[in-house]
Design a protein around this ligand. Structure first.
Ligand SMILES: *Cc1c(COP(=O)(O)O)cnc(C)c1O
Length: 383
C-alpha cells in the first residue's frame, strides 16, 4: 500500500493540523449515554465525521460505546467496512441508480423511501441470493426524502410482501427540533407515532423506531424512542444558539497552525488581495500557512480572530487560498509560534459558533468545510 505523505514522519509538513481531542469525544458520549440510558445510539459520522475524520472517529465512537453508525452516502459506508468496522451502518440518504448490489455486498443498511425503491431492493436481493437489511423512511414534515406519512401504510404493506428484506427499523427526521417553538416538532412526532400504529394494528412486532437528532435529544426527551441519531453534540457543539444545553458537552476539534513569516508594515500599507485592509499606523503583521483551500472560509476575512500567546488578534485583509495575515499590533510573535484558529489557548477560546456567526452560517458548515488537505491528529491524555 502506498503510504500517505501525512503518515511519513520523515517529511516536515506545513504546521497546519486539525486536532481531535479523544478525551472530549469520550466524555461527550458518556454524557449522552447518561441522558438516554439503554436506548441505542446511532452516531452520525457523515461528511468525514463532521470534519473530524471518518474512519478513526467512527472507530473511537464505537470504542466509547455508541451502538451503530449513520452515514449519508454509500461510499462513506464502504469506507467504514473497508477499514474493518463491523458495527451496523445505516446509509441515511436515498439510493441512486444501480447502488443496491453494493449495499448488499458490504452489509450496509439501506433506506427505502418509496414502494418502488423497496421492490428494487427486494429484486436485487433475490437475484443475489442474500437478504437486504432495510430501514423505512417516513416524511413527517421535513420534505426531503421518505414516503409521506399519510401514505406510510403502502410502504409497510410492500414490506410484508418483500421476501428478501429484513426490516431493521422505521425512521423519520425533524425539520426544526432546535427551535425554541416546539410545536412543529411535536406535530412531526405525533404523525410518526400515529403511522407506527400500523404494526400493533396488524399483529406485527414493533420495529426499532428512531427520529431524534441532537437537538431533539436536548429538547424533546419524549422523542428518544428506541434509538437516537445524534451528530453534532457528539463533537461537542450545540446544534443552535437557543437550544437547551441540557447535556454538558465540550468541543472535540481544534485547528492550529504556526507563524511562518513576520514583518513590520508602515502606516498606509495595504494587506492581501484587493487591498481590503490598510494599516492606520505602523504595525506588525504575521503570515499563517492556512487559507480557504483548507476550509478556513474566505468570508472570515477581516472578521475572524486567532489566538497567539493566549491573546486574540484579528485576521486582516482577504484570506487567500493557502495563506492569511494577522495584525499583532505592537506585540511580538516569532516564526514557529503556535496559532489557534479554532479551539482554546491559555484562557481564550475561538468556537465554531463564533466563526459561523461571522460567515452567516451554522457550526455544522464550519466543521464540514474543513478540507482533507489538513491532516487530522488524534490526541488523548498520555498520548
Ligand atoms: C445528519 C443527520 C442526523 C444528525 O443530525 P445532528 O443535528 O448532527 O444531530 C440525524 N439524522 C439524519 C437523517 C441526518 O441526516
Amino acid at each position: 500500500m502506498i503510504q500517505s505523505v501525512f503518515d511519513d514522519g520523515s517529511i516536515a509538513m506545513r504546521p497546519t493540523v486539525i486536532e481531535v481531542d479523544l478525551d472530549a469525544l469520550r466524555d461527550n458520549v458518556a454524557r449522552l449515554r447518561e441522558r438516554v440510558g439503554k436506548t441505542r445510539i446511532m452516531a452520525s459520522v457523515k461528511a468525514n465525521a463532521y470534519g473530524h475524520g471518518l474512519v478513526r472517529t467512527a472507530q473511537e465512537l464505537l470504542r466509547f460505546g455508541v451502538d451503530e453508525l449513520g452515514v449519508a452516502f454509500l461510499e462513506e459506508g464502504i469506507m467504514l467496512r473497508r477499514a474493518g468496522i463491523t458495527a451496523p451502518v445505516l446509509v441515511l440518504g436515498g439510493i441512486i441508480g444501480n447502488q443496491i448490489a453494493h449495499f448488499l455486498e458490504y452489509d450496509l443498511q439501506i433506506t427505502a423511501s418509496s414502494v418502488y425503491k423497496l421492490r428494487q431492493i427486494d429484486e436485487t436481493a433475490a437475484a443475489m441470493g442474500i437478504r437486504a437489511q432495510v430501514q423505512l423512511k417516513i416524511d413527517t414534515g421535513m420534505g426531503r426524502i421518505g414516503i409521506r406519512h399519510e401514505n406510510a401504510a403502502q410502504l409497510f404493506d410492500a414490506m410484508q410482501e418483500a421476501r428478501h428484506c429484513d426490516l431493521r427499523g422505521v425512521f423519520s427526521h425533524f425539520a426544526s427540533s432546535h427551535d425554541p417553538d416546539k410545536s412543529f416538532t411535536r406535530l412531526q412526532l405525533a404523525r410518526f407515532l400515529d403511522v407506527l400504529e400500523y404494526f400493533p394494528g396488524n399483529g406485527l412486532p414493533m420495529p426499532i423506531r428512531h427520529i431524534a437528532n441532537s437537538a431533539a435529544v436536548l429538547q424533546h426527551p419524549e422523542a428518544t424512542l428506541d434509538m437516537v441519531r445524534p451528530g453534532i453534540i457528539l463533537y461537542g457543539v450545540y446544534p443552535g444558539p437557543a437550544v437547551d444545553r441540557s447535556v454538558e458537552i465540550r468541543p472535540v476539534l481544534s485547528m492550529k497552525t504556526r507563524v511562518v513569516y513576520f514583518k513590520v508594515v508602515l502606516a498606509g500599507a495595504s494587506i492581501g488581495y484587493d487591498h481590503t485592509w490598510t494599516a492606520e499606523k505602523n504595525t506588525r503583521i504575521v503570515t499563517l500557512p492556512v487559507g480557504y483551500g483548507d476550509g478556513y472560509a474566505r468570508s472570515l476575512s477581516n472578521h475572524a480572530e486567532v489566538l497567539i500567546n493566549g491573546r486574540r488578534y484579528p485576521i486582516v485583509g482577504r484570506i487567500s487560498m493557502d495563506q492569511c495575515m494577522v495584525d499583532i499590533g505592537q506585540d511580538s510573535a516569532y516564526t514557529g509560534d503556535e496559532v489557534v484558529l479554532i479551539g482554546g489557548q491559555g484562557e481564550e477560546r475561538i468556537s465554531v459558533e463564533e466563526l459561523a456567526s461571522y460567515c452567516d452560517t451554522i457550526p455544522y458548515e464550519i466543521l464540514t468545510m474543513l478540507n482533507t488537505r489538513v491532516p487530522r491528529k488524534y490526541v488523548c491524555q498520555g498520548g
